[in-house]
Design a protein around this ligand. Structure first.
Ligand SMILES: [Zn+2]
Length: 123
């Protein structure tokens, strides 16, 4: 079954064929797509940009909550454990999806660049 782009990201499928799974388990990426052979590690450090997505999202959702709890009088040290737990859960959950999103984004950009570099057949 071939998925659309958005379902393929949420189901963590290969950006090229949208059939093969990107992950072996929740945390471990496969090296290649089992269906089409697409390389999930195109270059060293490829996923550094993908780490910004869960970081920014968790910061946006955590900081206002921490400020609210601080203003309402909850003791500072009592904030650390629940916020750290929330942060770890959100980051670990979002990181696998952001890596898949990053793969799809890179795939679309490289496809578009290839189309622009090809000489047009009409001229
Ligand atoms: Zn594939």
């Amino acid at each position: 079954m071939i998925f659309g782009v958005i379902p393929a990201i949420f189901l963590r499928r290969c950006p090229s064929c949208r059939r093969g799974k990107v992950y072996e388990n929740h945390f471990r990426l496969k090296k290649l797509c089992a269906h089409c052979g697409y390389d999930f590690y195109p270059e060293p450090g490829f996923y550094l940009g993908a780490m910004m997505v869960p970081y920014v999202f968790s910061a946006i959702t955590t900081v206002p909550f921490a400020i609210f709890l601080k203003v309402t009088g909850v003791v500072g040290s009592a904030l650390v454990a629940p916020l750290a737990w929330y942060y770890l859960c959100v980051v670990s959950l979002l990181l696998c999806y952001s890596k898949t999103f990053w793969l799809h984004l890179e795939f679309r950009i490289s496809q578009r660049q290839q189309k622009l570099e090809r000489p047009s057949s009409k001229s």
